[in-house]
Design a protein around this ligand. Structure first.
Ligand SMILES: Nc1ncnc2c1ncn2[C@@H]1O[C@H](COP(=O)(O)OP(=O)(O)OP(=O)(O)O)[C@@H](O)[C@H]1O
Ligand code: SF4
Ligand SMILES: [Mg+2]
Length: 336
């Protein structure tokens, strides 16, 4: 089980060193991902998804808040003692080519982490060879034809499978897949998503999927949780099916109402579009983070920040003073 409470991260603005402005990438995020579970973070570009993923994988520090892995608070440990915990959370990035060393064969790529593991567990070179073949088979690659090749001799989909195989060498507790299929040929994407789902079922490894695509989030984590992030705040969170079929936050509704209806198979909702009103320059940036774009804002929204919480009759958590079901989502046509 991996949980985060009140995670805050602020960056210095990139670029000019004299520019002292700050970017609030995360503003007090809570999450919880059970052993073998699934979760997805969705939201538009720059909302903080990757930053949160990197913090969870121990690749980035945070300013406030706590990460707890298997009941151990990471703040209670010295940085070196945290490493074994974070090592079991492996990140899969969107570009498999830059994740692999072009001068190493696939065997050499897998050998490096396996050697470390062999040393820790008193195993020999034979075990390394066998395990390298085993992890390639687990990701659907033929070890005989792949082990001796270099990354440029493989397709994008195969390279991403190698990256996943390398992550499996450490027996991970969780894979953090950050837009892991966005740079792969469309025809190969479903195969990678199916693989992640399959690994979850077969190995019991948890999967955290970071994406801006709702359909991907639904496919990967159909029994898991969905966190919708806006400007560093989780603004809606619940079971993926609940949030996708009955969103109550205007931002989630606008994301979902932008998905095209499958012609002949689905019918649009009766209120199919929640238009973002664009930035209302007359409003200050205080209060609800979404107020300047929200078509439903009131005076209260511009002065008070709604916290993530629950309200009566709404199963999912939301950060909106006026959660309301709006029939924005396409539904299967009857008889189809
Ligand atoms: N190392 C950094 N230095 C300065 N600012 C950063 C740094 N990393 C991220 N940011 C800023 O923090 C915010 C969140 O970035 P992040 O990469 O987490 O967003 P994201 O949701 O993953 O976006 P995308 O969908 O484009 O990948 C952005 O405003 C980004 O510019
Ligand atoms: S709190 Fe107000 S501004 Fe924010 S999402 Fe809800 S209705 Fe819109
Ligand atoms: Mg990102």
């Amino acid at each position: 089980m991996i949980t985060g409470t009140g995670i805050v991260k602020t960056f210095k603005q990139r670029g000019n060193v004299l520019d002292k402005r700050e970017v609030r990438a995360l503003r007090g995020v809570d999450f919880s991902i059970p052993k073998g579970g699934a979760a997805s973070f969705i939201g538009e570009s720059g909302c903080g998804k990757t930053t949160l993923g990197r913090i969870i994988a121990g690749l980035e520090t945070h300013d406030e808040g706590e990460i707890v892995i298997d009941d151990v608070a990471m703040s209670s440990l010295k940085p070196k003692a945290r490493q074994p915990y974070f090592r079991r959370i492996q990140m899969i990035h969107q570009d498999p080519y830059s994740a692999l060393n072009p001068t190493r064969t696939i065997f050499q790529t897998l050998q490096a982490p396996l050697r470390l593991r062999a040393r820790q567990t008193g195993r020999d070179g034979k075990w390394i060879d066998e395990r390298a073949s085993e992890v390639l088979s687990l990701v659907g690659l033929d070890p005989g034809s792949v082990l001796g090749r270099y990354p440029h001799q493989l397709s994008g989909g195969m390279r991403q499978r190698v990256v996943i195989a390398r992550a499996l060498t450490v027996d991970p507790e969780m894979l953090v897949a950050d837009e892991a299929v966005s740079m792969i040929d469309v025809s190969l994407r479903l195969g990678i998503l199916a693989l992640l789902k399959d690994l979850r079922e077969r190995l019991g490894v948890a999967v955290l999927f970071i994406t801006h695509d709702v359909a991907t989030a639904r496919y990967i984590g159909d029994d898991g949780d969905l966190y919708v992030i806006y400007r560093g705040q989780v603004i809606e969170h619940g079971k993926v099916d609940t949030v996708i079929s009955d969103p109550v936050h205007p931002y989630t509704q606008s994301l979902l109402s932008a998905i095209p209806v499958l012609h002949g198979l689905e019918q649009p909702g009766t209120q199919p579009v929640v238009p973002l009103s664009g930035l209302d320059e007359s409003l200050s940036d205080g209060g609800c983070l979404f107020a300047r774009r929200c078509p439903f804002h009131t005076e209260r929204c511009t002065s008070e920040l709604p916290a993530l919480g629950r309200s009566e009759g709404v199963p999912q958590e939301h950060a909106c003073f006026y959660p309301e079901r709006r029939d924005v989502v396409a539904r299967p046509m009857s008889g189809v």
